[in-house]
Design a binder for this molecule. Sequence first.
Ligand code: MG
Length: 420
Amino acid sequence: MRHKHKGYHVPTISLIIPAAGLGTRFHQSSGAAFSKSRRRDSKLFYDLAGEPVLARTLAAFVEIPEIREVVLAVSPGMRSEIKRVLGRAACQKIRYVTGAKTRAGSVLSALRRTSPSSEWVMVHDGARPLVTTAAIRQLIRGSVGWDGVILARKVIPTIKRVLRSDGRIESTVDRSTLYEAETPQMVRRSVLIKAYKMNPCALQATDEAGLLESIGARVRVISHDGWNPKITTVTDLFLAESMIQNSNPTCTRTGIGFDTHRLVPGRKLWLGGIAIPSPKGSLGHSDGDALLHAIADAMLGVIGRGDIGEWFPDKDPRWKDVKSGVIVEKVLAESKKTGWLPYHVDSNIILETPRLGPYKMKIRRRIARLLQLPIEDVSVKARTREGLGAEGEGLAITCQAVVSMKRIQIAEGDIRKRRS
Ligand code: MG
């Protein structure tokens, strides 16, 4: 939360997201990257590191309390899809208008739906999902005393001015005063309305700053060094994805699990959910499946939720003789709830006898089904201890597991808060 200094005036802002664009260049650039059936989808619904582009765009604004309402300018038919991908809770603040042919037309339709009690209108492209909460805050801070402020980046490449006819270079442009205009653009609502009224070419304007400039209003750039691209082509989408993956090491995590059970006569030997014919079985409150216990513990490690001893205490009669598959399923459900999915499992079974060769495939298949993974992503290795130690003497079985997991979109489309 912003500190409320004495005398600090908290601005009221309506956020407008023009999202009605056809994405023609995006689909032209897609080649074989996506199936034909997706060609008609808006690029805003494409997956970007586990979340739809539009959900990521909106996430940066969720933590800005000055933003009172969100008006989305969309094409007919997008509305129900937006509700589906964002979830009901996230959509409560959102109002919809039908977009127009041009961006400025869409913004005008949305502007008419904004509350007159908002002093400011902030416009942000639906296809700029990498904007950060910090940059938005910077913009709001910079608005004091101005009619408008826009996020912009200093032009770095060398720019040539050429003759239209044959491309001959006329001059090298002094780039020290050149900026590339981005969004968000934050403008006084009354001034923007006036600009639409006064400028006869308003509907052709490519940004809000341009409209304000045309009536002589005072607009300034807020320079930033981040990367806030507009997703125009499929290459942009892939670049943005790798940027997110690289800048967010918590997108994947690895958990480690370990379990030992005593081997005693008169018990079944369960391993990976398969009953292995054996004169001895593992002693335990549950079915004693050390492999599934190690896997479940590794997953709890990833999500930081303790260990299975805490989740399934052996004092609790509910878990007496419980099939360990149930334990894995419960842990998987909890993982999904916290936004994590396994994508690879490696494991060791340390056991002297019986030899597990004939059962390994069955065990892998069973674990793959429990974790909803392809069988290639589940590895089960079996070792003996050459007669040494408790396992070697046939007194115990030990299992180890390493489970790799990736972050997924939070259930029910809840917009995940972006870490800024
Ligand atoms: Mg155990």
